[in-house]
Design a binder for this molecule. Structure first.
Ligand SMILES: Nc1ncnc2c1ncn2[C@@H]1O[C@H](COP(=O)(O)OP(=O)(O)O)[C@@H](O)[C@H]1O
Ligand SMILES: [Mg+2]
Length: 489
């Protein structure tokens, strides 16, 4: 979006693009970190000892917390800034492990976890995601993909038996089929809705790779021939066919200055039984670089909002970037629409997180050592109805700008505050807010006792979810930890 267009948009959007800094301004590390980020840590941001992590690094028993991480981006910075110590490779003596899904697949079942150990995935984290092909090669491609849509369809069926009102709350994901296994059901659906645009996504890829849109069955007949409907003898010595997800394309997206966007929302699950879920106040909207139009459905710069795609556009301007914060987006929406309209969109989004998590609750292998930080991707249509596009169990933690770094650093710091390895919240387990995280579900909906400021919502909205609201996390942490008797020690 150009500065002029942003200026023209209502809701003070002009401030947005000027805040987006180019990657090159970031400090030469290529990860979006400001130069002084590691040295400063959170202790230097005015947080009290024990709140930011600089001052208190001990587990309950006075031992320094030891971590392992497979990533060298923001999470590594946050763990170090907290004063925790990195366990050397091969050392089993760790308290906290930020592992990848490949480690889970290969080692989790054979690993005995001590009482004090925490790990960043649940055993079957992939139940809510689409990109399972790579994560589960050991069980064979094609057998566990597209699980999010399957689980949601199943939940909708269960709810339909109970009440149509409850089942209607699950109407937030576009019709989705797995190919090749559901090809014939898809063709039936395709014929019922002539003129619909569909989007094909390889189940095992991310960042917009391999995605294409189509209108005619013929378009995938060609693809089909090329890809996996080869004759058996051709197939035998080759890789098995790649699994795709085909989904109804939301062709009437909500546009700002003529551009399409989707949003990234972070949800932390600390338990599946009972379900305990925290919603992060901050996140971002990713805009496409080119004005939206249906005249060319093959132009990925128009239709795919992934940053990885947009930054390769010939006219992409890194100075302007392509992101807004959710605070900026919500301010914009509040200026453009009535309270009722925005409130309804927020409530529908709350349903998306909760119903998605409930759809896998029964199949998730709960484990008190595990937690999961999910990234939900949501797209609004022109009526401001939110649609769930995908859920990521390993959302990107690499920052694309200083403000993106700040968001991710704060997010991960607050995640560690919620996990509370140091035991600062002992005796205060009923807190509903920790930094930017609000507890929105704890074996049932959590009611809010806080007024929602700066998010354009009326006072009667009582769910404890404050997406896009003012995130005064540092102030809240100071208050929270000063109140805690343990923080005084
Ligand atoms: N059903 C859909 N309707 C409209 N746009 C979509 C749809 N599915 C995906 N997109 C667009 O394509 C992008 C990439 O799709 P996504 O499912 O998130 O795949 P990836 O894992 O490659 O990011 C999304 O960010 C969104 O902009
Ligand atoms: Mg995506």
């Amino acid at each position: 979006m150009s500065r002029k267009e942003a200026k023209d948009a209502p809701g003070g959007a002009a401030a947005v693009s000027s805040k987006l800094a180019p990657r090159s301004e970031v400090g030469g590390r290529g990860d979006g970190r400001p130069r002084d980020a590691v040295a400063a840590g959170s202790g230097a941001r005015g947080l009290p000892a024990g709140a930011g992590g600089g001052g208190r690094a001990n587990a309950g028993g006075g031992r320094v917390i030891r971590y392992k991480t497979c990533l060298r981006n923001t999470i590594g910075d946050v763990l170090r800034a907290r004063g925790w110590q990195e366990a050397k490779e091969g050392e089993g003596d760790w308290d906290f492990y930020w592992c990848d899904v490949a480690w889970m697949r290969e080692h989790f079942d054979g690993t005995y976890l001590e009482e004090h150990q925490r790990i960043c995935h649940f055993r079957n984290h992939y139940e809510l995601t689409r990109s399972v092909a790579r994560a589960n090669q050991s069980i064979g491609p094609g057998c566990r993909k597209n699980l999010m849509a399957k689980n949601l369809k199943r939940l909708r069926k269960v709810l339909e038996k109970e009440s149509t009102v409850e089942a209607a709350k699950c109407e937030f994901f576009p019709a989705t089929f797995e190919l090749p296994s559901e090809y014939h059901i898809f063709v039936e659906e395709f014929k019922k809705h002539p003129g619909t645009i569909w989007i094909m996504k390889p189940a095992g890829k991310a960042q917009g790779k391999g995605i294409f849109l189509f209108r005619k069955l013929k378009d995938i007949t060609d693809w089909k021939k090329e890809d996996y409907f080869r004759r058996d003898e051709e197939k035998s010595d080759k890789e098995p066919p790649e699994t795709y997800v085909v989904q109804r394309y939301i062709d009437n997206p909500y546009l700002i200055s003529g551009k399409k966007f989707d949003i990234r929302v972070y949800v932390l699950v600390t338990s599946y039984s009972p379900l305990k879920a925290w919603l992060y106040r901050s996140g971002f909207a990713r805009f496409s670089n080119t004005h939206y139009s249906l005249s060319s459905i093959s132009d990925q710069y128009v239709h795919l909002t992934n940053v990885a795609i947009q930054k390769t556009a010939p006219d992409y301007d890194p100075e302007k970037g392509c992101k807004w914060s959710l605070q900026e987006l919500m301010t914009f929406l509040a200026a453009r629409h009535s309270h009722q309209v925005v409130r309804q969109a927020r409530q529908q989004m709350d349903q998306i997180y909760i119903k998605s998590l409930q759809s896998v609750q029964k199949v998730m292998i709960n484990d008190k050592h595990c937690f999961e930080l999910y990234g939900f991707d949501i797209l609004f249509d022109e009526n401001l109805k939110p649609w769930l596009i995908e859920v990521n169990a390993s959302p990107s933690l690499t920052a694309s700008s200083p403000s993106d770094y700040e968001l991710k650093f704060g997010l991960l710091e607050d995640m560690l505050h919620v996990l509370d390895m140091e035991g600062r919240l002992i005796g205060r387990e009923n807190v509903k807010r920790v930094g930017g995280f609000d507890l929105m579900w704890c074996d049932g909906p959590v009611a809010s006792d806080e007024l929602a400021l700066n998010c354009g919502q009326p006072l009667m909205y009582t769910t404890n979810s404050f997406l896009g609201c003012y995130n005064d996390r540092e102030q809240q942490l100071k208050q929270l930890f000063n109140l805690s008797p343990l923080a005084q020690l």
